[in-house]
Each structure stands twice: as C-alpha cells, then as structure tokens.
Design a protein around this ligand. Structure first.
Ligand code: AMP
Length: 641
C-alpha cells in the first residue's frame, strides 16, 4: 500500500512524471507538448500546448456513461423546493445558457460576472462560461454595492448574470437594487444584464440592458453550443479575494491545470469516485464552492448536492437529514457551521442514517480541538481538516484519506499535500524553521497545477504580493503563521497580515476601514479581528471622531454605532459588518506613525500587549481599555508551578 509520504515525495522529485500521470484523468482534445514550463518563475505553466475544456470534462464527457445519473441535486429550505438535475438535463441547461451568452455577443476571453444566490442557474451560468471560453467571475451574494462595483471595474464583464433575490434565514434579500447601485457606481458598463426572476422580489428592468432569463431560455430552445477548446493555460475564471489593500485581488485560474488538480484531489484527498454523492455546504461565491460544489464533483462524475439555507433551519438536523436523504458519501463544511450546531440539541447528530457517509471534511478557518472532537464523536465519522486558500484552489495541507488513513492530530490540518513543497520559514532570514519553531507557511515554486496563475490584469502585483516576502529567494507566501511538529504535522497559527476570517469568510480590514471612513463623522479608524467563540473571528472597529461630542451620550453613541454599521452593510455587505464599534480620542501608534494593530487586538482579547517600546503615547492603550470596558491583562507569572 502506498503512503501519503511516498506520494508526496514522488510528486516533488519528479513533478512532470507525477502530473503527466494525473493528466490522464481528464479528456484532452490535444495532448500537451510539455508538462511544465517554469522558464519564467514564479509563473508556472502546466500542460503547455494541451487543449481541453472544463465544461466538456464536467458535463459532456459523462453523457456516454451516466446521462441519467443526478449531476446536481438542489435543495432550498428557504423557498422549500428541491430539484434533481441529471447529467443529460444539465447538458441541456448549460447549452441553453451558453446559447444566450452567445446571442449577447460573449466570446472567448470575455468576462461574465455572476452575482447570484445558491440556485441551479448559477451553476448553469458558470459551466456555460467555461463551455464557450468566457471567463466567469462569481461575486458572493452577501457582498453589497461597493464590493460589487470594485469587481465590475476590475473584471470589466461584457455581461452580468444575476437574480431578483436570494433568501437568508427566511428573509428575502433583494439582489437587483444592490446590482443597480453597483452599476451606477462603477465606471465600467456591461452591455447586458441577464436576470433570473425567482418571483421573490420586484425587479425594475432597464430597457436595452436588462434581459429576462426565462424568456431567453424559451427563445434559444434546445440549443447545441460546441465546447471551445482552450490551451491549458488560458484562464477559466477570476475569483476576487481580500488582501491587505482595499482593492481586492482577482485570483486568475487556468483551465487544464485546474481540471487535473481537482480530478486528482477528488480521489487522493477526498477518496471519492464516479457515482458517489458529495455535499459541500459552502457558497458558489467562495473558492470552496467553485472547486467542491461545482467543478470537482462534476469532473469526477459524481452527484453534487447544492444547498440554499442555513444549518439550523427548519431545525438543527437539516444537514444530516439531507445527508441521509441523498445518501451522501462525502461531506464538506466549515468549522463555523459545526460551532453553530454545537448550540443545538446533540440528539440531531444521531437521529439520521449516516451509513453512506464516509468522511466529513472541514476547511476555511482554524478548526479548534473541542469542535473537532465534538463532531467526530457526535456523528461517529472521521473528520478531516484541510487547509488551503482562494489562491491555491485546492487543499495544501490535509490528511489524504484517498491515499492512506493517517491518524489525525487535533488542531492540525495534517501534512503537506502532493505537489506542494510546504516550508515553515523564518520571516526575517527565510531559513527553514526547525520542528516546534514558529514561522511563515511558504511554498517553494513552482506551485502545482490548479493554483492561481496570476493576479488578473496585474502580473507585477502577483510577484510583489506573493513572491517577494523573504530576503533570500522567491517563494510563495501564504501569509499564515505555522509550526511543524516532530512527526511532520503542520499547525496553522493565524494570519501574518491584516486579513481576518469571520465565519470562514475572508475579509480585508482595509476595506472595512475605508467604508467606515466614508462617514463624515469619522476622522480615523482601525479595524482588527478579535477572537470569537462562534465565528472564529469578528471585526472590531476603533474610531476617532472628528467631534467627540457626536458620541457624547449613550444614546448618541448607540445611534452613531448603528449608522456606521449600516454603512458597512450597505457598501460591503452584512458579512463585513463589525460586531462592535468603539470611539477613542487617539489610536495606539508607533513613533513613526504605524498603527499597532496587534496591541489593539491583544487588548480586545484580554491578552498582554507584549513589548511596546516603540509606542508614541501609552495613554492610548488606557483609552482603548476604557472604551472596551476591559481591565489590563495581568502578566502571567513566569516560572511558576
Ligand atoms: P480563503 O482564501 O477565503 O479560503 O481563506 C484562506 C485563509 O483561511 C488561509 O490563508 C487561512 O488563514 C485560513 N484557513 C483556511 N483553511 C484553514 C484551516 N483548515 N485551518 C486554519 N486556517 C485555515
């Protein structure tokens, strides 16, 4: 029997042979001339000269063997509907959507922005784009007008696909007004907006721009749109993610490398095969949704369960009821969802027949030990934590049950995945850290297939941001702290930058700061992530007002806090709304004017601030403690015990 260690070693010793073998998992119209071109590091080009198509591999390829198998099973507890779509039907719907896009003049390389709730049409739209070689950019439905406008201006889509509304916890969330506001704000003007009308909210159609999906679907009929064969390195999609600047980065993905990487991961990491059913509880607006609701399971000929709803409606058993009902074999969720379930009656965990379920995978944020053991014992199934990022597109660190069942260590996502030369390095020298020594999680180039190929439209930002963080040589930085133990298991210790992770949603503190600073009362603001038992982290905003009297009374304070929260919600979306906003006369800064974010974070979490010899004005810390209503942390007695 092969081991994870052996597969990993082989993948690094001879990457070309390893990945050439994996490339057999997908169909190629033309085989590649070279497996890897790394002549221009850090830009890795995989399967050079090979021609393929993601939609062909995810849909058409399965028609010969599994046309009547369910490809997509959609369940909504928001609108109480279910729909099962076979591969044959999926093929039909994707062709129709592709035909509509063609009618709108969409050609290979054009961008299509998808701003949609969790409905099957969103999947049709993604697959229709890749079918015709258009580049999709899905924007999470929880984002609002400013986030959306920034992405519209960067991606410059020819067409936007959206819907009248989504629904969250039984509340209709109208998308169209947010989209209209974003379109008014953006400088780029898409030619058409295609709208799926679910009948949830009224829509004001703009003549000449807005088009009705149902009408067009009828009009194009049983269309057949051939797949556009793309060179392996041509882009399939752009997915925006938050970084340390206010401007989100467009993570650009290739075509052939992504298809091969996902198909390989389905078997080696997820231990899944054609005919299996996978249920991933993410959203298509995030990378987990792209890779493991849509492309991964479909490339592997599996059935994918798509869920519109929350883990606790109509009750705390819904996820397990769906797992039973659809005979789910592989489940993929996030630690936050499990922490939410911990507040529910534990009897829900054993009420349903989960005999089909082999493994529960969790990712997106740190998985704390109590949550991991609670769920593992509760459902009596192996729980596999896995660590990765929007940039990588698929897991970097994981136990890989498809290769070997390694014993888990609570608190660790596992060991490096094949293809990734993961290092823990000293941030100042770039030297490899010894076991037990904390450092930055870095990856030696070339990144394996399927990882981001560049920042959309900005190669130099790709090099500058990700590959220029260590003094000795070019290496990819994950911007996470980590440590390796003696057995080679890795532990993730939090971000090295100002990115925070709220309920598994990655947010840039700078974006939230910019939004708050747009309020005329705010002179200066700092946003930091603060530990939270449920969501992992929440955003705390510390503001200096132009006029302190604006929050002079309790009532004025509360009113202003509410107003500021609404600004963030309307500009960025509810996900980005700070959990708390406090007002102080000055922010803690160094003498050179650098904001001491970690000190703010430490105080808010009731920890010691550590060495603050460079602070300009120590009284700012007392003001902050006062505003937060926390006492000074007592230093731990050293050497006690
Ligand atoms: P995103 O790009 O939104 O998927 O966020 C990626 C970031 O989430 C990583 O850089 C980590 O900070 C965090 N993350 C993702 N998965 C894990 C995990 N299994 N354990 C710890 N942190 C994680």
């Amino acid at each position: 029997m092969t081991t994870i260690r052996a597969v990993h070693a082989r993948s690094l010793a001879d990457p070309e042979a390893f990945w050439a073998e994996q490339a057999e998992r997908i169909d190629w119209e033309t085989r590649c001339e070279r497996v890897l071109d790394y002549s221009r590091p850090p830009f890795a080009r995989w399967f050079v000269g090979g021609r393929t198509n993601l939609c062909h591999n995810a849909v058409d390829r399965h028609l010969a063997t599994r046309a009547d198998q369910a490809a997509l099973v959609w369940t909504s507890t928001e609108v109480d509907r279910q729909r099962s779509i076979s591969y044959r039907e999926l093929h039909g719907e994707v062709n129709r959507m592709a035909a509509i896009l063609r009618e709108f003049g969409v050609r290979k390389g054009d961008r299509v922005l998808i701003y949609m709730p969790m409905i099957p049409e969103a999947v049709f739209a993604m697959l229709a784009c890749t079918r015709i070689g258009a580049i999709h950019s899905v924007v999470f439905g929880g984002f609002a007008s400013i986030s959306l406008a920034a992405r519209l201006d960067d991606a410059r889509p020819r067409v936007v696909i959206s819907a009248d509304a989504g629904s969250r916890a039984g509340k209709v969330v109208a998308y169209k007004p947010l989209l209209d506001e974003a379109l008014a704000r953006a400088t780029h003007r898409p030619e058409r907006v295609l709208l799926v009308d679910r009948g949830l909210a009224p829509v004001a159609m703009v003549p000449g721009r807005d088009e009705d999906y149902a009408g067009w679907r009828e009009r194009v009929g049983a269309a057949a749109v051939p797949c556009e064969w793309l060179e392996s390195n041509e882009p399939s999609y752009v997915l925006y993610t938050s970084g340390t600047t206010g401007k989100p980065k467009g993570v650009q993905r290739d075509t052939g490398g992504y298809a091969v990487a996902l198909a390989t991961s389905m078997e080696l990491i997820f231990g899944a095969h054609a005919g299996d059913t996978m249920f991933t509880t993410s959203d298509i607006g995030w990378v987990v949704g792209h890779s493991y609701i849509v492309y991964g399971p479909l490339l592997a000929g599996m059935t994918t369960v798509m869920y519109e709803g929350t883990p606790v409606r109509p009750d705390g058993g819904i996820l397990w009821r769906l797992a039973e009902q659809h005979r789910v074999n592989v489940m993929f969720s996030a630690p936050t969802a499990i922490r939410v379930l911990k507040k529910q009656d534990p009897a829900w965990l054993t009420r349903y027949d989960l005999s089909s379920l082999r493994t529960l995978f969790l990712a997106g944020e740190p998985l704390d030990e109590p949550t991991a053991s609670w769920i593992q014992q509760g459902i009596g199934k192996p729980v596999v934590d896995n660590y990765w990022q929007t940039e990588t597109g698929w897991p970097v660190i994981a136990l890989q049950p498809g290769i070997e069942r390694l014993p888990p260590k609570l608190g660790s996502p596992g060991v490096p995945v094949y293809g990734y030369d993961v290092r823990i390095v000293d941030e100042r020298t770039g030297a490899d850290c010894a076991a037990g020594q904390k450092g930055v999680v870095a990856i030696e180039g070339p990144l394996p297939p399927g990882c981001m190929s560049t920042v959309w439209g900005d190669d130099s930002r790709f090099v500058r941001t990700y590959w220029s963080n260590f003094p000795d040589r070019q290496r990819y930085s994950t911007f996470d702290w980590g440590v390796r133990d003696e057995d080679g298991y890795l532990f993730i210790l939090g971000r090295t930058d100002d990115v925070i992770n709220v309920a598994g949603h990655r947010l840039g503190t700078r974006e939230i700061e910019e939004s708050l600073a747009s309020h005329p009362a705010v002179a200066e603001v700092a946003v930091v992530g603060v530990a939270d038992a449920l969501k992992g982290q929440v955003a705390l905003a510390v503001c200096i007002l132009r006029d302190a009297q604006l929050a002079g009374t309790d009532a004025a304070h509360r009113a202003l806090e509410g107003e500021l929260m609404r600004i963030v919600e309307s500009q960025l979306g509810a996900v980005a709304r700070p959990s708390r906003i406090v007002f102080v006369p000055a922010l803690p800064k160094t003498r050179s004017g650098k904001l001491l974010r970690r000190a703010i974070q430490a105080i808010a979490e009731g920890r010691e601030t550590g060495d603050l010899t460079t602070i300009e004005d120590p009284s700012t810390l007392d003001h902050l403690r006062q505003a937060l209503g926390v006492a000074e942390a007592v230093p731990a007695a050293s050497g006690a015990g």
